[in-house]
Ligand binder design. Sequence first.
Ligand code: 0X9
Ligand code: ZN
Length: 302
Amino acid sequence: SSYYERYHSLEDIYYWINRTTQEHPEMVKVVLIGSSYEKRPLYALKISVGEKQDKKAIWIDCGIHAREWISPAFCMWFSLSYYNQNQDITHILNHMDVYVLPVMNPDGYKYTWTTNRMWRKNRSYSTDSSCVGVDLNRNFDANWCTEGASDKPCSEIYCGAFPESEPESEAVANFLRSHKDSVQLYLTIHSYSQMLLFPYSCTLDEAENHNELLVMAQEAAQKIRRYYRNTYKYGAGGKTIYLAPGGSDDWAYNLGIKYSFTFELQDRGRYGFLLPPSHISKACNEALIAVKTIALRVIEKT
Ligand code: 0X9
Ligand code: ZN
């Protein structure tokens, strides 16, 4: 199997980030957006071609939840496909820069490799509890800590002490705030359950451009079905899975990034978070076609 058809340790991913920028210096730059609770760097790749300076952009983050190993694998797969350009990708890159954050929760990811494969949250300690970790996807400022999140530090969906209390979510929020005029499409990659979700998850209310998002997600799911014979559900998060406030997708949407999606990759529960490496290529390729479909539509609209 190739390098991209295996899961990689955090150290390997840092090494890969470094090597990628060295091998494609004209196209890939590294951006340090902040650091984790345990002071690990949060590196994003900026993939950009051509002379044009102030292009619109796509943001994609992976590995918010530590145990969802297919997610960082997807960010790496995706970046590979971008510097080995095909036709669609060339078209996308001619119009948009792409920021890729391969591991938003490096402390948690590390912990799943060393200590507890099923860890979800980050690794921050609170003073008033012996439990560790905040669910970074409940820590953003979107109906923060209402129904669907917990204020109990021992919960898997603990929302943290206040919105953006965690350095990882704060770093992403700061980056997007300072790039909100260029970033047109926000994508965040999770697993598992095979879904393409869009706002809102923090309320049952419909987003202002609900129908537009629905049509885009539907088209992406149809491509996956047609080319990969696999089924993805799609819809607003709150009605498709559950209410879950404080998520990055809803927060980015409310910031003004009107195309905002959470992808839940393979599978539908047979292996769950323990998706075997032999499934990486199909899981990533089908998600990639969905990303391309959505990105091409965003370019047409903007
Ligand atoms: O609950 C979550 O954070 C995500 N599912 S997961 O199994 N990967 O944990 C879904 C996130 C959907 N979006 C928001 N809740 N904002
Ligand atoms: Zn997740």
